[in-house]
Ligand binder design. Sequence first.
Ligand code: ATP
Ligand code: MG
Length: 434
Amino acid sequence: MDDRTYTAEAEPGTTATIAGWVHEVRDLGGIAFVIVRDATGRIQVKVEKGEIDEELETLATEVTRESVVQVTGPVEEEERAPTGVEMTIDEFEVVAEAEPELPLDPSGKVDADLSTRLDNRTLDTRKPEVRAIFEIRSTVLEAVREEFRTLHCTEITTPKIVATGTEGGTELFPITYFGQEAFMNQSPQLFKQLASGGGFERVFEIGPIFRAEEHNTPRHLNEATSIDFEGAFCDAPDAMDVAESIVSAAYEAVAEQNEAELEQLGLAEEFAAPESDFPRLTYEEALERVNATGELDEQLVWGDDLSTEAERALGDAVGEHYFITNWPSEVKPFYIKDTDEDPQESTGFDLMHPEMELVSGGQREHRHDALVEGFEQQGLDPAQFEYYTKMFKYGMPPHAGFGLGGERLVMTMLDLDNIRETVLFPRDRQRLSP
Ligand code: ATP
Ligand code: MG
């Protein structure tokens, strides 16, 4: 629309055309107010009954909430209006009428449960505090891309339809591919490694991962957005440096660009980018810290993965973002390289928010024979992965990388209690549409 003015930019003393949704109609008898909302805010439209064309008056006072309207008229200062300005009506058009019964109230006066909200997401995101999450998510993705570029990475995209899985066989979604069994990819792991050895050296990808997680939890989705990095000639500490830069860049961008959205979410005062130099605990130190809290029923021993309770106890004890390094080889996937000193100990690391895991990464096994052996140890058939292992015969440099959960980054950043809040149309066990 050529001459449309956003409500936030409607200047007193001008005649403006605004377009948006009817937030509310307040009929006070001789006078009525139509509050119109668009992406930038709201404006009050005054209807002085008997003073304007009767047809316009009826249209404006009887319009249903959430209908789309276009209004043209003079804008004036008005102290008593919620935003300090008010419009009167020269023209009033109902562009798209809403049914009077709404499945969800975008004015927020009536609470709705998450399931109703997700079923009616288009109405739900008309609430500024809901849209704020997605504005921030958008900032995060932009900041992450920019930071990767600064770190000399090339953006790649890799197939989501694949012949084999990598993160353990149970979490795959099978599909039919021209009569042949295929799967939705759980991770770009193997492809990004192949690319990093393909002369690009440093690559990143932001894309969907698909995991047939068995359980509904507040921090698992069946389709998530993975922020992946892989760098040739990098070791695990190099990859940790990159992960730390990416997370910090996301926070800094949000602090700088999303003041209004943080305000909407009630976070403006407390929001702060994390301090740099996240503590790096070895797995062994992490076990000691957890056991020292006395929060767990049973003491953890070497080789245990950290349960949700253990992650919580450790997160409370550390109180900021931190890394856990040198995980036991047996709890990390086959493609993670062992340390040079000890075959029981891997170069695998996790980056943790005090509430949960955000990142897993490590240096990769780049020696062909050791890699093939790893497949066998994990119970995978190396023959099925020949497309991948073969390339390790032709000059695969040492390399390292990580995967960062995009939704978990936003969820922990905004202290949300359910990961579904960060996805427009989440996929979980119960939800396949919208
Ligand atoms: P968790 O143990 O917390 O289920 P994971 O170790 O299985 O995670 P990885 O395979 O290490 O997950 O994936 C790397 C990152 O991708 C995780 O740290 C997390 O941020 C994100 N991620 C993995 N699976 C999911 C999922 N189902 N939903 C949302 N994010 C996920
Ligand atoms: Mg992990």
